[in-house]
Write a protein that binds this ligand. Sequence first.
Ligand code: AMP
Ligand code: MG
Length: 416
Amino acid sequence: MDHTHEGFEHLTNVADALEIFLKTVEKHRPKRELQPLASCVGRVLAKDVAASQDLPLFDRSVMDGFAIRSLDVQTTLPSLPIVLDVIGESRLGQDCRTIVKRLQTVSVATGSILPKGADCVVPIEDIFQVSNHRISLTSPVASGQNILHKGEDFSRGKVILEAGQRLRPQDLGALKVLGFAKVHVAAKPRVGVMSTGSELVEKNARMLRSKIVDINRLILLEMVTECGGGGVDLGIVDDDQQSILDALRTALRSCNFILVSGGSSMGQRDLVPECIDMLGRPGMMVHGVAMRPAMPTGLALVNHVPIISLPGVPVSAIFAFRVFGLPMISRLLGAQEVVTATAKAVLSEKVRGVLGYRFFVRVKLYRTERGLVAEPLKSQKSAVLKSMVDADAYFVIPEDVPEIQANEMVEVTLLR
Ligand code: AMP
Ligand code: MG
């Protein structure tokens, strides 16, 4: 696809750009580290984990009630109740040696061991207590009812979690109950984040009109952390070739992936892409992507380290990160997929696309009787940071779609 836009002669479409970029780390195998469970939420599992034992270890009751032999009550009816002798109790936390024989029963609790001889449990609410030692039943119970069989939850030797999965609290619970105290997770890739721009300050204390507060570094470092990377703060660097080269050289020595915001375009002060090219091969592989926002994005590889040259405009930097940074970090982690929650929503009004560009439309979401409704934010300008702050989600208008009509269904990517 050829365009002439703001000095870019050629724009690469998003899909091609992403493929070219991710290919650079095809052979990457993340290092792994053994970590205690409590620090592993969100971490990526580095090895398959198989159940080390059957769980439960014994047949258990899943109800408070009475363990019985289904055979004994096969013929019971409301007019023909069957009376059983209560011969004991299977208590939580205690072993149970009692054996249930014909017309006998043992009281059980949720989670307690099913006594030998019994093959099902009648919930307490379904019996009639005749006396302290006798209960009666008026309907049959099928064998296996209200029981969790040995190995029914986790079966010894079966893989329960696969390499590449991001660990959730419930996964950690399963690991703990199976006896694991630590688990092998992918080491966090070191992701360097640098802001470039001579106008940038950490804090505009005197509220000078000419200065711009650097917010990309904060935003990008937080997004890196959120998706499982290890952020490395590389500070603010002036628009000066030597300064940028020095900062990038230092970063290349210590980082697995580098994000440089600002100076990515074709202006006289946009020095980042040429600096990247001076540092090693292959250098810039894509410069200019057919997307809005974030068209002046550059994708590069230097000494096996992938680099994104992100536009300085914060909203654009955020989209450049979401589209190229997130999947790259997932790759570096050996993660199975990128975590982005999506939903279907009805579009509230017609939205025009930008032919030839992948257009990212920021929306607010409302819950209504007809389901989720997506309302495009009034301003879609990349210069409007509030459009990102107010956005609950965004959806994509593909390159070849001129417009999406009101009431059409769109798939939104959630931002909260
Ligand atoms: P650039 O991509 O360097 O041409 O910058 C485009 C616009 O984004 C300019 O107005 C910059 O001042 C602004 N900008 C660049 N970097 C940052 C940053 N780190 N934080 C906030 N604004 C920035
Ligand atoms: Mg700049």
